[in-house]
Design a protein around this ligand. Sequence first.
Ligand code: G3P
Ligand code: CA
Length: 296
Amino acid sequence: MFLRRATVAAGTLLSTVLLLFIAPAQAAQAAPAPTVAAAPPVPVAHRGASAYAPENTLAAVDKAHELHITWVENDVQRSRDGELVVVHDPTLSRTTDVEQVFPDRAPWNVADFTAAEIAQLDAGSWFDAQFAGERVPTLRQYLQKLTSTGQNLLLEIKRPDLYPGIESEILAELDRQGWLDQRHLRDKLVIQSFDAASVARIHELNPEVKTGFLGTPAVSDLSDYATYCDQVNPRYTDLTAEYVQAVQAVRGAHGRPLEVFTWTVDDASTATRLADMGVNGIISNAPDVVAGALSG
Ligand code: G3P
Ligand code: CA
């Protein structure tokens, strides 16, 4: 009997000792990132305030500024002669008059036109006659505009598979325009893409730049994305509160909880619902509507 009691006591002691040593180690390993403060999400003007002005133009940046929207999203591609230009589609057809100006140049790919040719195009009339003469901006012009307004940039690398090496060119342009100093790196610039390899390349070339992956990775893969991303940015229809929490529970490339910026949300009730889920940013064509819902 004594022997059995002694054995049990020894076992208990051993378990206690093991718990004292192992439990903290396990807790440290599984330690979730701290809960993200319940700050309201940041409204981001998608392609500029593109509900009110032609997308990805300087007019759309001005409109966002007029609406007091501090973050602007855009899309960056490359011309035939290597100029970085701000345009969404891989062709110029939908958002310019390229088919009238260059009728024999089908399929009117961005990559087939020089910067001088693109600069001739009207990127405003398709949206509204009052914007006739608006141009497809170069990234340089776009950054200079944001510098003058003081706005921040969520820069999307669009279709990097079409533009090998575009990541280093984007970083070089950002550097030339003063967008890689500590102030911009800290809280005025995020580079995102649907292409994970392109985002990883940005992180590899300049680990100080904040980055985002556009998509909805499996929760089990989030820790891999977190090695080079600071944000995971899903389509809003893919989101649940549980997913938002799972993303924010992982620390990103700069040691802070991964953020969630979701897109493209143009109505107040959806914006409010997403804010209740705890997202960090809402990307919207009508960012004033989102801002109004969030402040209400
Ligand atoms: O920023 C997110 C959103 O812009 C991604 O979709 O097609 O509008 O570039 P898309
Ligand atoms: Ca985009």
